[in-house]
Design a protein around this ligand. Structure first.
Ligand code: ADP
Ligand code: MG
Ligand code: ZN
Length: 476
């Protein structure tokens, strides 16, 4: 029997506001424990929360960007549970009246475009953070994160493969980064994902029993955990057993998921509208202002790159997956107007370099201006493509502009016919046996001769000129 995976993701994105969602405490990361706290976010009795307008503004940006229907009136609700990182004993969230519903994003898998539905987007507050002392039997709590604003983005169960789940997540992350509302860091937890997955016989409509996967803190983990879980569920069904609805934890060291809690242990949160907060009313003017302020989004930028720069869809998708990378590309283009060449160097050399150094494009040791200058040096014949690679490496090392490196190291291409002619003659004189063999029909040796000339000139001879002169001398 053939099975089809069904996947739905719940994503939490930490909003980049300066202050918390219901008080004026700072959201800055890395402060000494419990210094960004006040009676409101510590859950003292008798204090009242006041909604941060910026949080609503940021959430509206996301809602508009993902084509959601925005509720003119929504409510905050209390989600009740006990845990030491939650001083109030409840989390303020939204429940039956979320701010946004019924949206979608587009993804592309193997050249095929697909729409993934968004069930809802709502606002909520983050909890604190527990720390456990490895040497003593104590735990410590830091409430700096308590009350930091989050949006939760819940997808429809429209995703059909781990790869598509990865593509959807990358798309969502690109959108929040373009909107400048969240820094989108999975590793550091400012962008978190829980994955729900079930399987069903291919061709059927009814949803199977799902499990919910947690502890997924990189794109790779999301895809690997889903892959593992799909296989696990398949084996259960093929054995004639039933999948149990439960929450499972991904273990990245053992590459497997293990049961965390079953349905019976699932919480009953006893949601109810928060009596301390007024219903949130959003008028058309507010929505129109948000619409007017939206930047060009990843999908639009990608289409523009394809249309105006004649780039393949793959290049355009990669370059626009990160707004700063797209900006870098366009900055290069302003100085060196050959889109495909710029794209090749960014995708091949630059991203490889950044990857190896664990750097973002923002921290690139090579500026867009210098990369453009390097490509110009190739284009106008000053250096060969091969020398350019070593200049690139030197730029990465020293941060010097390419022109300086070329001048200091004397890398200017030899394009003087007389000079090349002289070196070619020397090579021919030094290799009488190869010349003989060549003349007897072993024409493949042309590569050898070119290599010898390049060696003699340390790669600086213009390859086209070398070939021309060699042919002239050997073929007559
Ligand atoms: P909960 O709040 O209990 O996690 P939701 O109904 O909000 O439940 O669903 C959470 C996520 O699970 C959504 O993204 C949804 O698309 C997905 N989902 C729901 N049912 C299934 C299923 N049978 N298989 C896969 N995903 C599912
Ligand atoms: Mg859930
Ligand atoms: Zn506070």
């Amino acid at each position: 029997m053939e099975f089809e995976p069904v996947i739905g993701l719940e994503v939490h994105a930490q909003l980049k506001t300066k202050t918390k969602i219901f008080c004026s405490c700072s959201t800055a990361f890395g402060a000494p424990p419990n210094t960004h706290t006040c009676p409101v976010c510590l859950g003292m009795p008798g204090v009242l929360p006041v909604l941060n307008k910026k949080v609503v503004d940021y959430t509206l940006r996301m809602a508009v960007a993902t084509h959601c229907r925005i509720a003119r009136k929504s409510r905050f609700a209390r989600k009740n549970y006990f845990y030491p990182d939650l001083p109030k004993g409840y989390q303020i969230s939204q429940y039956e009246l979320p701010i946004a519903q019924h949206g979608h994003v587009e993804i592309e898998i193997n050249g095929r475009r697909q729409r993934i539905g968004i069930t809802r987007i709502h606002m909520e507050e983050d909890a604190g953070k527990l720390g456990h002392d490895p040497d003593r039997p104590i735990s410590m709590v830091d409430f700096n994160r308590t009350g930091v604003p989050l949006i939760e983005i819940v997808s429809e169960p429209d995703i059909r493969s781990p790869q598509a789940a990865g593509a959807y997540l990358r798309q969502l992350r690109a959108i929040v980064q373009y909107l400048d509302i969240c820094d989108g860091n999975l590793e550091e937890g400012s962008f978190r994902c829980d994955a729900n997955v079930s399987i069903r016989p291919k061709g059927t409509e009814t949803l199977g029993t799902r499990t919910e996967l947690k502890n997924l803190n990189s794109f790779k983990h999301v895809e690997k955990a889903l892959q593992y879980e799909i296989e696990r569920q398949k084996e259960i069904l093929l054995d004639g057993d039933d999948v149990i609805q439960e929450t499972r934890l991904w273990d990245p060291d053992k590459n497997k998921t293990t049961s965390m809690r079953g349905k019976e242990e699932a919480h009953d949160y006893r949601y109810f509208p928060d009596p301390d907060l007024l219903p949130l009313v959003i008028d058309d003017r507010w929505i129109e202002a948000v619409q007017a302020s939206l930047p060009e989004l990843p999908e639009q930028k990608k289409q523009r790159f394809i249309n105006s720069y004649d780039l393949p869809s793959y290049d355009a998708g990669l370059l626009t997956s990160d707004r700063e990378l797209a900006d870098y590309f366009e900055e290069c283009l302003r100085l060196f107007a050959h889109p495909k060449q710029v794209s090749n160097w960014i995708m091949g050399s630059l991203l490889g370099l950044l990857n190896a150094q664990g750097k973002t494009i923002h921290e690139s040791p090579i500026t867009a201006r210098d990369l453009a200058q390097l490509l110009e040096l190739i284009e106008n014949g000053t250096i060969s493509g091969k020398i350019a690679k070593s200049v690139f490496d030197e730029m990465a090392q020293s941060g010097k502009p390419p022109k300086t490196i070329v001048k200091e190291k004397g890398l200017v291409q030899i394009t003087d016919t007389g000079a090349v002619d002289e070196i070619v003659s020397q090579v021919i004189a030094d290799c009488p046996e190869e010349v003989e063999a060549y003349k007897n029909g072993k024409t493949k040796l042309m590569g050898f001769f070119v290599g010898q000339v390049m060696k003699a000139t340390h790669g600086k001879a213009n390859p086209k000129l070398v070939n021309e002169i060699l042919r002239k001398k050997l073929d007559t």
